[in-house]
Each structure stands twice: as structure tokens, then as C-alpha cells.
Design a protein around this ligand. Structure first.
Ligand code: GLC
Length: 528
């Protein structure tokens, strides 16, 4: 199999609305990203994933696309985008775009036509159903954003399906014209020089052709889970046709050199591995959210990592994620020292790490006052589901009034600690989050074992400590992470080990004994 460069890359996710505002409207934009490429290069990343920048009415902030061939004017235009690509490539930074194939905006010309009459060439591009004989919704399917997944449309007297917001009608992937058009859109961007896509809600594409009701989820807890989780989604998620379609979409990526496709899916290890098998290419990976979904315990994480690495094998690349624009920030979830250890693991494990902007500063969730809430999930569920605004606050560049993000009031309030937690301040503080990220990435980018080495689990006798080796030819790097909040001792494998880095950034150098004491929640990188 031809090797591509993605296995040794580190991807940085930018939520463009919140990264850097270059034109003073309080909203981040493409030129704002371009301005910060040197910061990203210096951080040590070598690929970007831009959350959706397509033209959109912004009900779901770009995940409701009204034109796939255009950049939304809020973010700039195609010339700005081409410039970003050029400038990024000059710095050996690849650029992945978001791709939103499950649904469009209701403002998309296709849907406008589709809903205008029962007989037009776009009617069947979306999923329309008659009401039941009593006038009610066609079945019990639920929207991810709350309530039924069906919306009645007066004009033609039928319901359309929307797996997310009512403003996001689902495309009908059983219609070959839809498939043809989506492939055309992919080629449009790939030809422009985009290095691939992050495929939004990739498991949703096909739905049961018989529209059967989904069964109740016996594990559903009304106060703990969102309403969407009250059903088992056996007729709307991960259908065999969806998996095969992802393979076909991926084939478009492989028409071009050194491109990549990463799919947003949330599922069990076996299914993740199955998807690698189906697509069977190095230029593909599904996201893996195990750091977020499993308990922060050495044994739970180890079990998953060991199995995952072994099951997918050396030809494919695992991915590791600590956050995104949809999940609580890792520092708020685990605590600061734990998040530092998580970052060290994420950046030293075999595979492709995805860093969400601000993670490198230790950014936290920010409680959003009711009147400032923007996220449709929070608005639709009256605050009962986790709204995503708290993790989308502006990037913190310095300690000035608007954190150096914008000259005017930003679209979302700043995180409370931005005056002490920002790029300028953290650059000067030797033990900051930012310097931790930079130091780990520097090691990663200079040690072959960390980019190319095999993953070899370490059988630590201490159940609170996770250990592994990365080995490539003669070079070995050994990693240890203490998951407990107490001191832990761990026996080292034979060898003359040196501490290259600790998450506390307070010690380096030779270890004289065969036992190492780890500080609470400390993780270390050792070399021979
Ligand atoms: C994905 C995106 C999320 C969006 C949803 C609907 O989960 O990450 O932000 O709201 O898809 O497109």
C-alpha cells in the first residue's frame, strides 16, 4: 500500500467563528486564520481542520449549508480561501474542510424547489412522507436536537425528515442524482487544493426504506440523557448502505494524492475497526472519542488503547480526540493536571491527534447567560441538553479587552479566565499549558519513534499507571501516566532511562533507580 503523509500529522481544529476576527465584526473569519498560521506552525501542528465555512443562514453555524460551492460572506470569499490554502501549504500545513452530506439548510435552492411542489426534479432529493391516516408524524424517529425528526410542510401537505434542526432537511441518499452531485462538490474543493474532508455525522446518510419505528432504549435515563437517546437507532444509523457509501465517497479522495478523510462517528470499538476494514485505505480514519467516553481510569483507557491498536494493525492510523466544538472542554471535564496528562498521551500514542483550538491553552467551558445563548440544541431543549456555546468562546490571544480576538464585542462572551490564560501570557510562563503542548510536539516532531514507531503496551504492575513504548528501529520512547491523584511508584523496564519531559515541566534528566515516582496526575516521556 502506498504510504501517505497523514500518519505522522497532527491536526488542529479551528472553529472559524471563534478563532480570529480580521475585519472587526466580532466574528472570526478566513483571513483571521491566515494571519495566525505562523502561530500554528510554531505550535508544531501540520494540518488544520476548518469547521464548516460554506454559505449558510447559520441556524447551526455552518452545519446548515445553503451553497456548497461558496464560502459564507461572514468568513470571506473564495479568494481568501485560496490564499489560506496557499499560505498553509507554504508552511507544510495541510487543510481539511468540513463536509456536511447528511442534510442541507432549508434555504438551499435544492430544498426550496423540493418543497415547492410534489412534482419537480428535486422533490426526491429529500425524504418526504405522507402523514399517517390520523394526520400524525410518519413514525417515531427523533431529532438529535430534540422532538420528532419530522416536520409538516403546509405547501404540499407532507412531512420532511430532519435528523437535526428543523432547518436542516435530510438529503435522500437513495437518489443517485444526490450522490452524483455530492461527488461533484467534493471534486470541486479537492481540485482547488483542499487536502481532504472531515465528514459530518457520517453514520446518518441512509435510513430504513420501510420507515419502521425504532425500539425503546432500555438504558435510557430521563434525567440524564437527551430525548434522542430514548430510542435505539437501529433504522437510522450505520446502515450497511451508509458504510458502503462512505467507501464510495472515500474513493473520490483517493483520486488525488496524499489526501485524507476523517469521519464523525460515535460507536463501539468493533464497529470502528469494521469501518477501517471496509474502507481499507491509509487515507481514511474514523474519529475515536474513547478519551471522552471512557472513565478516566488507567485500566479502562489501557484496555481500549491496547485492543484498538492491535485490531486495526500497523497499516492504518488510530485517531485520538480530547474535544471538539460539540463536547465539554477537557479541562472542565477532568481537571487541569489530568488534562495535561491526557494531552501527553494523545500526542504520543500511535496515530493522528486532533487538537481543538484553545486546548493548548487549557481553555475551559464558559457558562453562557441565558440571553446570550446561540446554540440550537440549547435553544430547542430549553437548556436541558448540554449547549455547545460554552466550548465555542473566542480564542484567547492576549489579555486585552476582547482577548486580541476582535476589536469589538465578540459573538460569544469570553471565557472567564482569559486574562491569565492566553497565548501572550502563556508564552512567557515556562510551565504553562501552551509550553507543555509546544514541548511535547517538538519531541514528537523530532523523534521518529513517536511518529513512526510501533505501539508496545507496558504491563505496569501499578493499576493506576498506564505505560507504553513507541519503538522505531533503534529508538525507543517510553511513556508513563499516573491516572490517580496520589503519588505512584512504577518499575521501569531495563535500560538507562532519562526523563525527556514531564507534564509539570519541572524535571528532566537521568533516572538513577529502577523505580520512578510519579507525582499526582503526572505523565512523563522517557528516552534512553
Ligand atoms: C455534527 C457537527 C455539529 C452539528 C451536527 C449537525 O455533529 O459536529 O456541530 O450540529 O453535526 O450537522
Amino acid at each position: 500500500m502506498k504510504k501517505n503523509s497523514w500518519g505522522s500529522r497532527v491536526v488542529y481544529q479551528i472553529y472559524p467563528r471563534s478563532f480570529n476576527d480580521s475585519n472587526g465584526d466580532g466574528i472570526g473569519d478566513i483571513n483571521g486564520v491566515t494571519e495566525k498560521l505562523d502561530y500554528l506552525k510554531d505550535l508544531g501542528i501540520n494540518a488544520l481542520w476548518l469547521s464548516s465555512i460554506y454559505r449558510s443562514p447559520m441556524h447551526d453555524f455552518g452545519y446548515d449549508v445553503s451553497d456548497y460551492y461558496q464560502v459564507d460572506p461572514l468568513f470571506g470569499n473564495l479568494v481568501d480561501f485560496d490564499n489560506l490554502l496557499k499560505q498553509a501549504h507554504k508552511r507544510n500545513i495541510k487543510v481539511l474542510m468540513d463536509f456536511v452530506p447528511n442534510h442541507t439548510s432549508e434555504d438551499h435552492a435544492w430544498f426550496q424547489k423540493s418543497r415547492s411542489s410534489k412534482r419537480n426534479d428535486k422533490r426526491d432529493w429529500y425524504i418526504w412522507k405522507k402523514p399517517k391516516s390520523n394526520g400524525s408524524v410518519p413514525n417515531n424517529w427523533l431529532s438529535h436536537f430534540g422532538g420528532s425528526a419530522w416536520k409538516f410542510d403546509e405547501k404540499t401537505g407532507e412531512y420532511y425528515l430532519h435528523s437535526f434542526d428543523v432547518s436542516q432537511p435530510d438529503l435522500n441518499w437513495r437518489n443517485p442524482d444526490v450522490v452524483k452531485e455530492i461527488k461533484k462538490i467534493m471534486r470541486f474543493w479537492l481540485k482547488r487544493g483542499v487536502d481532504g474532508f472531515r465528514v459530518d455525522v457520517a453514520y446518518y446518510l441512509f435510513k430504513d426504506p420501510f420507515f419502521r419505528d425504532e425500539p425503546d432504549n432500555p438504558d435510557y435515563k430521563i434525567n440524564k440523557n437527551s430525548q434522542y437517546h430514548s430510542l435505539l437507532h437501529i433504522y437510522t444509523l450505520a446502515l450497511p448502505e451508509t458504510l458502503q457509501m462512505l467507501k464510495k465517497l472515500h474513493a473520490v479522495i483517493d483520486e488525488y494524492e496524499d489526501r485524507f478523510m476523517v469521519c464523525e462517528i460515535y460507536t463501539f470499538l468493533k464497529e470502528i475497526v469494521n469501518l477501517y476494514r471496509i474502507i481499507d485505505r491509509q487515507s481514511f480514519a474514523p474519529f475515536n472519542f474513547s478519551f471522552l467516553s471512557l472513565p478516566w481510569k488507567a485500566q479502562d483507557q489501557k484496555l481500549f488503547i491496547d485492543e484498538f491498536d492491535e485490531m486495526i494493525g500497523d497499516d492504518y492510523f488510530p485517531t485520538y480526540v480530547l474535544g471538539s466544538h460539540d463536547f465539554p472542554r477537557i479541562v472542565s471535564k477532568l481537571g487541569e493536571n489530568q488534562a495535561r496528562a491526557a494531552a501527553l498521551l494523545q500526542l504520543t500514542l500511535r496515530g493522528i491527534p486532533f487538537i481543538y483550538y484553545g486546548e493548548e491553552l487549557g481553555m475551559k467551558n464558559r457558562d453562557i447567560p441565558k440571553e446570550k445563548i446561540k446554540d440550537p440544541i440549547a435553544l430547542n431543549t430549553n437548556g436541558t441538553a448540554f449547549g455547545r456555546d460554552p466550548v465555542r468562546t473566542p480564542m484567547q490571544w492576549d489579555n486585552s479587552k476582547h482577548a486580541g480576538f476582535s476589536d469589538v464585542e465578540p459573538w460569544l462572551p469570553l471565557e472567564n479566565e482569559f486574562r491569565s490564560r492566553n497565548v501572550a501570557t502563556e508564552t512567557k510562563d515556562k510551565t504553562s499549558f501552551l509550553n507543555l503542548y509546544k514541548s511535547i510536539l517538538k519531541l514528537r516532531n523530532t523523534r521518529k519513534s513517536l511518529t513512526e514507531g510501533k505501539y508496545i503496551p507496558y504491563a505496569s504492575k501499578n493499576p493506576d499507571v498506564l505505560g507504553f513504548t513507541r519503538r522505531s528501529h533503534a529508538e525507543e520512547t517510553f511513556i508513563l501516566a499516573n491516572f490517580s491523584t496520589e503519588l505512584q511508584e512504577v518499575a521501569l523496564p531495563k535500560g538507562h532511562w532519562k526523563i525527556l519531559l514531564s507534564t509539570r515541566l519541572d524535571r528532566v534528566g537521568e533516572i538513577k533507580k529502577s523505580i520512578l515516582t510519579l507525582q499526582p496526575s503526572e505523565a512523563v516521556i522517557l528516552g534512553e
